[in-house]
Design a protein around this ligand. Structure first.
Ligand code: BTN
Length: 260
């Protein structure tokens, strides 16, 4: 499976001329490369793709397993024009973009686990890590997305067993150019959704695509887990929880672990 710049551009639609594309065989982390590009003050949207990462980064300082067979992409968006308090909404916007692309192009039925995980086929098949870079008196968003497209040769590492999954299952037919078309489609959807952030244009869709409401979970804050019941996701994509002691809270960011 190889990327084709032409196919990516076709999937970008109206954005085809506004996105610079970089395709690497292997890189440490497409997000780190994106941050270096942002630091130069690059004025164009830049999409960085790699077939493999040897220091793929996840949220909370974790690593992201990035062997061949996955899509590892970072979109550098200069001058989003967003108010600083709206920046956290880029991650939910990206989650919706990934779901739309997977749903329209593959047989998988993607669902969102707040805040940044995409589940397919019973496990986590994609994750999002958004980073912000301040440069030229403005801020750049670097939206990193990792999608496990097919099961990795040799399987997932033991620590991801029972957690990770992929968009396509073992033996499923993989359409030609799916990597390019998915990467281009996610980028197009994300650029379209980013401009709707001020009016929360996608939060209803984010809520609808989420599978956590009504479930019991452990809310992890500063490394400390607390049992809670998930009751809502509001228009700011904040997670509404009720703790065992009856206290309620709306979380803008953080992490939950579900008791399935
Ligand atoms: C998470 O699930 O915790 C977030 C995972 C984000 C992984 C992607 S892969 C492309 C980009 N480069 C990185 O180093 N990380 C993100």
């Amino acid at each position: 499976m190889l990327y084709s710049e032409e196919k990516i551009k076709a999937a970008l639609g109206d954005h085809r001329d506004t996105v610079k594309i970089i395709i690497d065989d292997v890189t440490a982390s497409t997000n780190d490369k994106g941050k270096a590009i942002a630091a130069t003050g690059e004025s164009k949207n830049t999409l960085i793709l790699a077939y493999r990462q040897h220091k793929g980064k996840g949220r909370m300082g974790r690593s992201f397993f990035s062997p061949e067979g996955g899509i590892y992409m970072s979109l550098v968006i200069p001058k989003t024009g967003l108010d600083p308090e709206d920046i956290p909404l880029i991650t939910p916007a990206a989650a919706v973009a990934v779901c739309r692309a997977i749903e329209s192009l593959t047989p998988a039925e993607p669902k969102i686990k707040w805040v940044n995980d995409i589940f397919c086929n019973g496990g986590k098949a994609a994750g999002i890590l958004t980073e912000t870079v301040f440069s030229s008196e403005d801020f750049f968003s670097v939206v990193g997305i990792g999608i496990n497209l097919i099961p990795p040769k040799g399987g997932f590492p033991a620590e991801l067993n029972g957690i990770a999954s992929s968009v396509y299952g073992k033996g499923e037919e993989i359409p030609q150019d799916i990597m390019s078309i998915l990467a281009g489609t996610v980028t197009r959807e994300l650029l379209d959704l980013t401009v709707t952030i001020p009016e929360r244009g996608f939060s209803e869709e984010y809520r609808r695509r989420s599978f956590v409401i009504g479930k019991d979970a452990r809310v992890i804050k500063n490394g400390i887990p607390t049992e809670a019941h998930i009751v809502d996701i509001d228009k700011n994509c904040r997670l509404g929880v009720i703790y065992r002691d009856g206290n309620e809270e709306y979380l803008l960011c953080g992490e939950i672990s579900l008791s399935f």
